[in-house]
Ligand binder design. Sequence first.
Ligand code: UDP
Length: 318
Amino acid sequence: MKTILVTGGSGFIGTNLCIRLLNEGNRVLCLDNNYTGRTENIAHLFSCKNFIFIEHDICNPFHWDEKIDQIYNLACPASPPAYQGMHAIETTKTCVLGALNMLELAKAHNAVILQASTSEVYGDPLESPQKESYSGNVNPIGVRSCYDEGKRCAESLFFDYHRLYGVNIKIVRIFNTYGPFMNPNDGRVVSNFICQALSGKALTVYGDGRQTRSFCYIDDLIDVLIKTINSPKSFTGPLNAGNPAEFSVKELAECIIDKIGGTICYKDLPQDDPRQRKPDISLAMSALDWQPKISLDEGLDKTIAYLKTQIHLFNNRN
Ligand code: UDP
């Protein structure tokens, strides 16, 4: 049985990952400060003997006496309304100090460590699809830079720990992901549109809706995270993880309206909103034999079913 630490374990991706790792027979240490994570997500795991929840902010060092085999460093607010504005400095600290503290832990335990990086390292990309070799087009002083530059700095730290101390690192650049355990109020486009449609509100398309995103269903993402952390030490990434099927935000709204009903209203485009995002996943296909299996149509149905159970929490503020 492996002991696996998941930071950000009560967030959207973290919850799904903890459930899968427990189902596969591991012992899971779940760390979260519950800033954007939700205890409700993981409450049903508390009775599980292999599940340990520790309320902890990874900006502070973390020590554990028993052996840790693997670390998934997922902790960070990930939705633009959650990481910008008031929380921008905490976001940078979580990315940078969090990465440092988790790398020190990995070094002490000789554990393999996976960093949840992001398609945001490509900024507003000037090439499409984005390959891992693309260095990106990030505005270093914009409202998104706390997240983008924070994650870029984390990647840099990971590679320095690998080069200097031989730490077994894996970097996965996660593109837009959706599915059960999304917070209905986190403001991201899939959860916002579904919750707006379910509660009879207009779907808020920002800008003209022609900006594109590539949406990956959570189960596909969990598959690639697990494959990556168990890959040979020589495989460090960075690795793009996403579904290359690209949709405009307006197409996404229309797809959700087809399923639930509703209307569109247009709002201002947020500053520095990337115009396009589409992963080149040839590395994941060749190195890990991975590609997403779940279409947007099927994934949206599963997500709608989940968000129906959460709709009483939706406040439509984002
Ligand atoms: N968006 C939108 N309406 C919303 C929320 C988001 O039109 O209610 C747009 C947003 O401007 C961006 C895209 O949807 O172009 C994806 O936004 P999200 O916050 O989900 O993720 P991002 O990829 O920007 O981090």
